[in-house]
Design a protein around this ligand. Structure first.
Ligand SMILES: Cc1ncc(C[n+]2csc(CCOP(=O)(O)OP(=O)(O)O)c2C)c(N)n1
Length: 365
């Protein structure tokens, strides 16, 4: 793992904070950010359990990285666009998406916005301006740049923020997106969650650059490195980047140093490529515990309110999972829909053949 030097940090592991750097965030928003982070963590625990029981097919976790998506999203306005990868359910939840809707996606049922056509964990919401992640790594980067350029050309005040991992910085899409955004001063924020690994590949094998942030300099883009497990540091860097974008000063890259506490996905066994010692070290820097420490020092949280909150979150998630599992899958006919505004003759023919074989409304159960 890379040395954690030269990065903005405001809260330490115990929740002590540097007053001179503390951003002014209202208590209500801080508590909502904390609740969202805790919800993401619990949602993952329960979803991994569902996957192990064969009730959902797959899961990709965000445990340890929650401060990144929640801290950065907290700075945006609701009309701004988010182009996530797959570890950002926190962005959606902070924007008001329900846990139930996330479960509809995981179960791929008929209430899922994508009607079961995406991989589990590729959460999106048209309503919340969060675009569906694309599975190929880094493809969301030029999408975000395109959206930002569109907003600039049409003189809208919207900006775009895209999340991606350290591995994504080796993809062409990262470089073409950064280059274009640098030249045309697109109002976009490139948020790299450097969690030290691309599945099993450590960052030291990903790049020979000392930092990922320094790649931005080649494109004339300013960048900042932050402690990605420190929500105040993430918020502060994102705020500066958002102000630049909003003032027409162009893009910013943020490199947030963080760590994935769990496996890459439910299909991965991280003991094959990393030492347990390393995981234990990072557990001491847990972003949720650190934020809880900060909130306690501010007088916004105590043992009782924390316990009550965790209990509420647990109940909400368990109830939502049960509800989503009971929702029928999309009928077989639905696979032919939403491709063209009106169905073409050959699709109609295929649909009739399929319905003839399985019967109308067949859901595979
Ligand atoms: C173009 C492409 N190559 C390979 C893969 C397989 N793959 C899925 S996730 C992943 C690792 C990505 O690592 P990183 O960008 O660091 O993000 P992280 O998973 O650590 O959040 C890879 C190689 C893919 N989805 N797309």
């Amino acid at each position: 793992m890379e040395k954690k030097t030269g990065m903005l940090q405001i809260i330490d592991n115990e929740g002590n904070y540097r007053r001179e750097l503390e951003p002014a965030i209202p208590e209500e928003l801080l508590l909502r950010m904390y609740r969202t982070m805790a919800t993401v963590r619990k949602f993952e625990e329960i979803s991994m359990g569902l996957q192990r029981q064969g009730r959902i097919g797959f899961y990709i976790g965000a445990a340890g990285q929650e401060a990144c998506s929640v801290g950065a999203t907290a700075v945006l306005k609701k009309e701004d666009w988010i182009f996530p990868a797959y570890r950002e359910p926190g962005a959606l939840l902070l924007r008001g998406e329900t846990v139930l809707q996330l479960f509809h996606q995981l179960f791929g049922n008929s209430l899922d916005y994508n009607r079961g056509r995406q991989m589990p964990n590729h959460f999106n919401s048209r309503d919340k301006n969060v675009v569906t992640p694309s599975s190929p790594i880094a493809t969301q980067i030029p999408h975000a740049v395109g959206m930002a350029m569109g907003a600039k050309i049409t003189k809208k005040k919207e900006i775009a923020l895209t999340f991606f991992g350290d591995g994504a910085t080796s993809e062409n899409d990262f470089h073409s997106g950064m280059n274009f955004a640098g030249v045309f001063k697109a109002p976009v924020i490139f948020f790299c969650q450097n969690n030290g690994y691309a599945i099993s590949l450590p960052t030291s094998r990903q790049t020979a650059s000392e930092t990922l942030a320094q790649k931005a300099a080649a494109y004339g883009i300013p960048s900042e490195r932050v402690d990605g497990n420190d929500i105040l540091a993430v918020y502060t860097a994102a705020k500066k980047a958002v102000e630049r974008a909003r003032n027409g000063e162009g893009p910013t890259m943020i490199e947030a140093l963080t760590y994935r506490l769990g496996p890459h996905s439910s299909s991965d066994d991280p003991t094959k490529y990393r030492e347990n010692r390393e995981v234990e070290e990072w557990k001491k820097r847990d972003p949720i515990r650190r934020m809880a420490g900060y909130l306690r020092k501010k007088g916004y949280l105590d043992d009782e309110s924390d316990r009550k909150l965790m209990d509420e979150i647990d109940k909400e998630i368990r109830a939502a999972a049960k509800k989503a599992e009971a929702v029928p899958k999309p009928p077989v006919e639905s696979i032919f829909e939403n491709v063209y505004s009106s169905m073409t003759w050959n699709l109609k023919e295929q649909m009739e053949e399929t319905v003839g074989r399985y019967g109308p409304g067949y859901t595979g159960r």
